[in-house]
Design a protein around this ligand. Structure first.
Ligand code: AMP
Ligand code: MG
Length: 458
C-alpha cells in the first residue's frame, strides 16, 4: 500500500502515545476495499493491501503508535483507556487534507487492560457499512477504507468468531477523553501541546481556548441534530467516543431506528437507557462540559473567562434547537421557522402513537404512499391539510438506511463466508437518497425479525 505519510502526532511529547506496531495475524484474506475513498486520499492499495490492513506488513512512511486517552464511561470516570485494540499507522497527507489511518482490531497494546486487542467481523462490518452510510448521508464521520479477515478466531460470549481488522480514516482521533487524560494528571505540558496540535488541525481560525470551545460546541450540536434527523442512535456516547471536532466516531452498538420511539435504546450494555435516542443532545452537552473542564488550564487569564466558558457550554442548547428545527423542516419541506415546530411535533406524535417506521414515515409523505396505520390516525387528515398548505419546498429524506436487521443479516452471512448481503448494503449506502431496486433493502423488519439490541462492539 502506498500513501504519503507525515506523522505529526508521533512528534508530540512522549506522554501522548506509545510506539506500537500492529501484531501479525496468521492468514489474512480480503473482505472489501474502498477504491473511491483511497483515490480521494491519494492511497494506492497495491498487491500487499490485505497484509497491510491485517497488520502483517507496514507501509513505507508509517510510524505506528497508540494514543493515550481517558474518559467517562456511562458517566463513570476512567482515568486510563487509550487505544486498546487499535493502532494509528500514521497520517496521510493529500494536498490540503490530513487523515489518520488507523487499524482497529490489530492486537493487544499498552492500553489493552487484559483485553485481546482484537475484533470479530460483526462490529468491523457494522462500522464499515454504517460509517460509509453516514458519510453518504452527509454526516461528518470517520470512514472505512478496507477490512480483512485475520484467519484467527476471536472468542466472545457467543463463542469463537472470525477475527477481522478494519482500516479506518478520520481527520484525527482526538477525543474529549484525550484532553481529559492530561487534565486529570495535571500534565500541562502535554495538555498544551495537545491543545496547540488540535487547534492547528481542527480549529485553525480560533486563537483562544474560548474560541476553540465555542466552535467545538457548535459543531457538536449540529452533528447531534443530524443524527436526530436520521433516527441514528450512537449507543456509547462516552467522552472517549466523543471527537472534539464534531465528527461521528467509534461505532459500536449503533443503529438507525426502525419503529419510532423517542427513548429507544440499542446497546445491550446500556441498562439505564443513558444513551437512548432522545437523550443524545443532553449527553452531548454534558460531554462538552467535560471538554470545557479539561480546557480550564488553557483558559485566558482575564476576568470573565470562567463565565465565558459556562456560557459557551450552555449555548449548546440553543444551537442544537436551531439545527434540529432546520433538520426537521427540511425533512417535511417546511420553512425553517419556529412556526413549523407544531407541525413537526404533531407528526412525531402521530408516528409514535401508530408505531410508525421512522425512515418510511417521512419518505412516504412525498411519495403519497403513507402507511395505513398512520393515515388512519384521527389527527392525520387535519395535519395533512395543514402540512400541504404550509409546505414550501420538496422534503429531503433518505430512502435507504442500513437497517439493523439487514446489517445483522450481512454479518451472519459474512461469518459463513458469504459477502453478497454486505456488498448489497454497501452499494445501497452509496446513494441513500435514491430508491434501491431491491425492496428487501428498504422494508422495515417484520416484528419477529426485530433485533432490538446490538451487542457492544467488542
Ligand atoms: P470502546 O468500546 O470502543 O469505546 O472501547 C473502550 C475502551 O476499551 C478503549 O480503550 C478500547 O481500546 C478498549 N477495548 C475495547 N475492546 C477491547 C479489546 N477487545 N481489547 C482491548 N481493549 C479493548
Ligand atoms: Mg471507543
Amino acid at each position: 500500500m502506498k500513501a504519503n505519510f507525515d506523522n505529526s502526532y508521533a512528534e508530540l511529547p512522549d506522554a501522548l502515545f506509545r510506539r506500537q506496531n500492529p501484531i501479525a495475524v496468521s492468514s489474512p484474506t480480503a473482505i472489501a476495499r474502498n477504491e473511491a475513498l483511497a483515490e480521494n486520499l491519494g492511497i494506492q492499495f497495491e498487491n500487499d493491501w490485505v497484509d497491510v490492513v491485517a497488520g502483517n506488513v507496514l507501509p513505507n512512511g508509517a510510524s505506528p503508535i497508540t494514543q493515550a486517552y481517558a474518559g467517562h464511561q456511562f458517566g463513570h470516570w476512567n482515568p486510563q483507556l487509550g487505544d486498546g485494540r487499535a493502532v494509528l499507522l500514521g497520517e496521510v497527507v493529500n494536498g490540503q487534507d490530513r487523515f489518520d489511518l488507523q487499524l482497529k482490531g490489530s492486537g493487544p497494546t499498552h492500553w489493552s487492560r487484559g483485553g485481546d486487542g482484537r475484533a470479530w467481523v460483526g462490529p468491523v462490518l457494522r462500522e464499515f457499512v454504517v460509517s460509509e452510510a453516514m458519510h453518504h448521508l452527509g454526516v461528518p464521520t470517520t470512514r472505512a477504507l478496507a477490512m480483512v479477515f485475520t484467519g484467527d478466531p476471536v472468542v466472545r460470549e457467543q463463542g469463537p468468531l472470525p477475527g477481522a481488522v478494519l482500516a479506518r480514516v478520520a481527520p484525527s482521533h482526538i477525543r474529549v477523553g484525550t484532553f481529559q487524560y492530561f487534565a486529570a494528571r495535571q500534565d500541562h505540558t502535554s495538555l498544551n501541546a495537545l491543545f496547540e496540535h488540535t487547534r492547528m488541525r481542527h480549529f485553525p481560525n480560533c486563537n483562544t481556548s474560548s474560541e476553540v470551545l465555542q466552535t467545538a460546541v457548535d459543531r457538536q450540536a449540529k452533528l447531534i441534530a443530524r443524527w436526530m434527523g436520521l433516527g441514528f442512535i450512537h449507543g456509547v456516547m462516552n467522552t472517549d467516543n466523543a471527537h472534539v471536532a464534531g465528527i461521528t466516531i467509534d461505532y459500536g452498538p449503533c443503529a438507525f431506528m426502525d419503529t419510532y420511539h423517542p427513548m429507544k435504546v440499542f446497546s445491550s450494555i446500556d441498562h439505564q437507557g443513558r444513551y437512548a435516542f432522545g437523550n443524545q443532545p443532553q449527553i452531548a452537552a454534558w460531554n462538552m462540559a467535560q471538554f470545557a473542564t479539561a480546557l480550564l488550564p488553557m483558559m485566558d487569564d482575564r476576568d470573565g473567562a470562567i463565565a465565558d466558558f459556562t456560557n459557551i457550554v450552555e449555548s449548546f442548547g440553543k444551537t442544537f434547537e436551531q439545527a434540529y428545527r432546520a433538520e426537521y423542516c427540511a425533512k417535511l419541506g417546511l420553512p425553517d421557522d419556529p412556526s413549523s415546530d407544531i407541525l413537526i411535533q404533531q407528526f412525531l406524535t402521530m408516528m409514535f402513537e401508530t408505531a410508525g417506521d421512522f425512515t418510511e414515515s417521512f419518505a412516504s409523505l412525498e411519495a403519497e404512499d403513507v402507511p395505513v396505520s398512520l393515515k388512519s390516525h384521527s389527527n392525520f387528515a387535519d395535519w395533512h391539510s395543514n402540512w400541504t398548505s404550509s409546505k414550501t419546498r420538496t422534503p429531503e429524506n433518505p430512502m435507504f438506511i442500513p437497517r439493523n436487521h439487514l446489517v445483522q443479516h450481512a454479518i451472519d452471512a459474512a461469518v459463513t463466508g458469504d459477502l453478497t448481503p454486505f456488498h448489497d448494503l454497501w452499494d445501497a449506502a452509496k446513494t441513500p437518497f435514491a430508491q434501491p431496486d431491491n425492496a428487501f433493502l428498504t422494508t422495515p423488519p417484520k416484528p419477529e425479525q426485530v433485533v432490538t439490541q446490538t451487542f457492544c462492539g467488542t
